[in-house]
Every structure is written in structure tokens, then in C-alpha cells.
Ligand binder design. Structure first.
Ligand code: HEC
Ligand code: HEC
Length: 207
């Protein structure tokens, strides 16, 4: 258990208590609480491991909020970061989710800074098996449910690849799309391979 984990869980507990207290006279959603973790304008916050939301595709944002709400994502006992996020979506109505999608859609897309070091050439080779779903430029593919990867926080991509590989994400029986991604992460042999493919993703751009 590390400090980041404690910070994310601590903030989560604090917010869960606040949300419960506010429940009686609740607004459809208090839209400001997302930025507590995801950063001002949704640019991501490594300290609590909450990724960039600004620039996220509307369909993917909606899908993931529904998955968290239904407990299809963020309920595996080893999914530390998902467990911090899951209660934040647990009480959202369909209407609140649509409001959030509109709200987040109004933020500017700002690609995240690179923090991960890896071998870009090795990563490029690995990425050739990712491109069929995530697109050559990491732009994503709605029909396949594969999100944009270009511009996302690289530390978050690393965590997700590890979580898929270990089965912490994508194992829920109702997580149809997560289960499509899992074997792809299992193809990445070790942490170095994960860093390499993420270092290559850092070179992609959707601008
Ligand atoms: C307590 C801190 C916290 C709050 C508050 C919070 N989140 Fe999160 N959120 C996280 C963390 C940590 C993750 C990373 C989960 C993971 O690694 O699987 C996350 C992940 C997500 C993801 C998944 C991103 C992806 O690329 O799959 C979405 C979408 C999201 N949050 C939206 C929201 C929205 C919308 C709100 C406000 C309603 C919100 N979050 C409030 C901590 C938080
Ligand atoms: C068969 C199609 C497919 C292939 C090939 C594929 N993915 Fe995915 N990937 C998906 C889908 C679908 C999701 C969304 C899962 C969900 O809804 O939770 C996803 C999610 C992800 C995520 C999480 C993004 C986020 O915002 O949370 C990462 C990171 C990722 N893929 C990286 C990769 C990498 C790297 C490769 C190549 C090694 C790869 N994917 C190959 C379909 C694919």
C-alpha cells in the first residue's frame, strides 16, 4: 500500500461522506466534485491517480460511468484506483450522467505530459496489434468500444494495462468490452513491454 493509494482512498472516503450528507437535498449532481480528483478542467491528477477527462469521447465517458455505477468496473478487491472511483459514480442518475457528459465536453482537450520512459521502437512494434481497435494514431474506435489513447496520462495507461493483465479490470462477467481488452494486455510480457508500448502511445497525436 503506497501513499498515492492512501491519498486516493482518503479523498474518496471524505467525498463519499459529503455526498451522503448532501443526499437529502441533492442536486442531480454536484458537478464540482469530479474536479477534486480529476484536476481543474479535468486534466488529470497523478497524486490521486485520477486520469484526464478533458477531451474524452462522450460515448466512452458515458459507458465508463455506467460501468462504475453498476459495479461492473471498480469492484475488484485489488483494483485500488477503481475502488476509489466506483462510489463517485454509484449514485448518478442517467440524467446526471448526461449533464456530466455535456459539462466535460465543454472542456478543452489538452494532451497530457509524458512521464513514462520506454523504448519507442519496441513499443511501435507492440502497438501494431493494438491499432486494429484503438486506431493507428490512438484515436479510438467507437464501433469497437476502444477509447482514444493518445493524449491520456501515461501513468494511467500503465496502471490500466497492469490491471487488465492481472484481471483486476475486465473480469466482471458483464464487462463485455473489458473482457475483449484483457487478452490484449496479457500479450504484453512484462512491465518493460508495458512501458515501451505506452512510450510509443506518447508519440501519437489526434490533433
Ligand atoms: C475520490 C477521487 C475521485 C473523484 C471525486 C472522481 N473520480 Fe473519477 N476516477 C478516480 C480514479 C482514481 C480513477 C482511476 C480508476 C482506475 O484506475 O481504474 C478514476 C477514473 C474515472 C474514469 C475512467 C477514465 C477512463 O479513461 O476509463 C472516469 C470516466 C471518471 N473517473 C469520471 C469521473 C467523474 C465524471 C466524476 C464526478 C462525477 C469523478 N470521476 C469523480 C478518482 C475520482
Ligand atoms: C480487440 C480490440 C482491442 C485491441 C486489439 C486492444 N484493445 Fe485496448 N481496449 C479495447 C476496449 C474495447 C477497451 C475498453 C474497455 C472498457 O470498456 O472498459 C480498451 C481499453 C484500453 C485501455 C484503457 C483506456 C482507458 O481510458 O481506461 C488501454 C490503456 C488499452 N486498451 C490499451 C491497449 C493496448 C496498449 C493494446 C495493444 C497491446 C490494446 N489496447 C489492444 C479493445 C482493444
Amino acid at each position: 500500500m503506497n501513499l498515492k493509494y492512501l491519498t486516493a482512498v482518503g479523498l474518496g472516503l471524505l467525498l463519499t461522506t459529503t455526498l451522503q450528507a448532501a443526499e437529502t437535498e441533492r442536486e442531480p449532481f454536484d458537478d464540482r466534485y469530479c474536479t477534486t480528483c480529476h484536476g481543474a478542467d479535468g486534466i488529470g491528477n497523478e497524486g490521486v491517480q485520477a486520469p484526464r477527462l478533458a477531451g474524452m469521447e462522450d460515448w466512452y465517458l458515458r459507458d465508463q460511468l455506467v460501468k462504475f455505477r453498476e459495479g461492473i468496473r471498480g469492484t475488484h478487491p485489488e483494483d485500488t484506483e477503481g475502488l476509489a472511483m466506483q462510489p463517485m459514480a454509484a449514485k448518478l442518475s442517467d440524467e446526471s450522467i448526461e449533464d456530466i457528459v455535456d459539462w466535460v465536453g465543454s472542456w478543452d482537450y489538452v494532451p497530457a505530459e509524458a512521464t513514462i520512459e520506454g523504448e519507442v521502437d519496441a513499443g511501435r512494434q507492440l502497438y501494431s496489434s493494438c491499432a486494429s481497435c484503438h486506431g493507428r494514431n490512438g484515436e479510438g474506435n467507437e464501433a469497437l468500444g476502444a477509447p482514444q489513447l493518445a493524449g491520456q496520462n501515461d501513468w494511467y495507461l500503465v496502471t490500466q494495462l497492469k490491471n487488465f493483465k492481472a484481471g483486476y479490470r475486465g473480469s466482471h462477467p458483464d464487462d463485455v468490452r473489458g473482457r475483449q481488452m484483457q487478452p490484449m494486455a496479457q500479450m504484453l510480457q512484462n512491465e518493460q513491454a508495458i512501458d515501451n508500448v505506452v512510450a510509443y502511445i506518447n508519440t501519437l497525436s489526434v490533433d
